[in-house]
Design a binder for this molecule. Sequence first.
Ligand SMILES: [Ca+2]
Ligand SMILES: [Ca+2]
Length: 312
Amino acid sequence: MKNINSLSKLILLTITSFILFSCSDDDPVQIALYLPVANFSYEAFEKKVVFTDKSENADSYYWTFGDGETSTEQNPTHFYKGNKKYSAELTIRGERGKTSSKKVTIDLSDGSSTDPEDVNITLDGKFNDWLEVPASMLATSTIAAHVTDLVALKELKLCGNDDYVFFYMKADKTKFMVAQFYIDKNNDADTGFLGWYWSGIGSEFLLEGAKDDGLAPTVFEYDDENGNGGTNWSWIERHAPAAKTIEISEFIEGENDIVEVEGRIIRSYIPELGRTVKMGVALVGSDWSASGLLPSKLEDGSLNNPLTVKLP
Ligand SMILES: [Ca+2]
Ligand SMILES: [Ca+2]
């Protein structure tokens, strides 16, 4: 993303000064101030590119995306069909028909050929579909060799599409009664609950579901007003366990009390998820003390980072 705001301000200032010192007839300041200045930023997710207009003094917008497609929206989202370099240009029209343009080259050649919308996991207790998830969209964590405490959760995978956040867990069923999903919806540790499990996460949501109840969770939203900067355990219940916020496959039994399960969190129950969210999962045993944690703590006992999940 490039921002030429300061550059455009400099140009505007130069133009303003030029007019001020060279003309005396018209109202020079007003002419300069209303000149249109095209500007925008963009964010690419695989082949989906979200454009954000940052122009000044625009009355209309005309985008060419470099693939033959155009748009007159202010903030279009465009889906490219290939993985190439595209030259996208915004032309704006302002007062008195004056125009201004900005062109950028968008390089999609590094991306995978799969659209983020195509990420999908079938809750059938067969886990080969996780291998189809593009690496850029998959967040994984496996229990580290040094971990001797909180060993119930062995492996965690997360990914998402427009409708769901999918998860895969491998756990010791004898040490696992409740799963807690901590979700930092805006990838901002300055908002939400500052947990004791990971560093750099401020969780807006906590989903807490019992294994014997199919992980049907209670959805809690963090109370920032009473959270004392995120350090108090201060949550407001948003959805009771009866709400089908989570759907899962069967628990697939393996050797040594290990179970595997895949599931999905329905995104409409956890509003305003950004395109980058931080997540971690803690398991709780039958005595309500923590029994599993991924990502694990670091070898020196300090807190690890949570997983970063990319969403479309
Ligand atoms: Ca599956
Ligand atoms: Ca946050």
